[in-house]
Design a protein around this ligand. Structure first.
Ligand SMILES: Cc1cc2nc3c(=O)[nH]c(=O)nc-3n(C[C@H](O)[C@H](O)[C@H](O)COP(=O)(O)O)c2cc1C
Length: 206
């Protein structure tokens, strides 16, 4: 059984008043610790009937105090977020023995922000985002490669724009928990709750 002993004890007085600033500090620490994908987070969504699904997406900064990620609006997650905006995010950095959990409602980013971000991406990623019917069945790898190749050719000739079915989301957080491993499973858990005007931080039992 692994013992988590890497970090000194975590206290509310160690944390930034703003959980999103605190998150940035922990992501920076994960990057410094050599994590391959320090911004990878599990996104959990649910259908209108409450059936959950989860997958990893990349954290791409903040908008209006909430974490941002980009995806296909017609994907499985996109359809679930359309019918049920409640979602949760989880980061886990094993090298730091740290977890962050975030809960809230998801909104689409303003179109202009998605367009700007799309433009900043490498050409292949732009083509892939535009062409992929994310989460739909495809007949074969060859069929997909052929569609990608044709789209790449067209994009080289005509240029490429951010398609309407692709863009950013922002999760407006109401709960953000910082978890740090401690010896003997007596872990530190500090949870921010949005009280309408400010964040309240409380310690939770491990
Ligand atoms: C490290 C990693 C990063 C990923 N980043 C993204 C991302 O930022 N956006 C995205 O749509 N999918 C991303 N994916 C793929 C998703 O996990 C998932 O396969 C895809 O979004 C389809 O999910 P869905 O069918 O539930 O909609 C990533 C996967 C991994 C393993």
């Amino acid at each position: 059984m692994a013992q988590y002993t890497r970090n000194p004890p975590l206290d509310a007085s160690d944390l930034d008043r703003d959980p999103m600033q605190q998150l940035e500090q922990w992501i920076a620490a994960a990057r410094e610790a050599g994590m391959i994908e320090p911004t990878a987070m599990t996104l959990a969504t649910a259908s209108a009937q409450g059936v959950p699904s989860a997958r990893i997406v990349l954290y791409k900064g903040q908008h209006d105090g909430g974490p941002v990620f980009y995806s296909n609006y017609q994907s499985h997650k996109g359809r679930e977020l359309q019918e049920n905006p409640h979602a949760a995010l989880v980061f886990w950095w094993d090298r730091l023995e740290r977890q962050v959990r975030i809960e809230g409602r998801v909104e689409r980013l303003p179109r202009a922000m998605s367009d700007d971000y799309f433009k900043s991406r490498p050409f292949e990623s732009q083509v892939s985002a535009a062409v992929s019917r994310q989460s739909q069945p495809v007949a074969s790898r060859d069929a997909l490669d052929e569609r990608m190749r044709a789209a790449e050719e067209r994009a080289r000739a005509e240029g490429i724009e951010c398609p309407a079915h692709w863009g950013g989301y922002c999760l407006r957080p109401t709960v953000v928990e910082f978890w740090q491993g401690r010896h003997g499973r007596a872990h530190d858990r500090l949870c921010y709750r949005w009280m309408g005007e400010d964040w309240r931080i409380e310690r939770l039992e491990p």
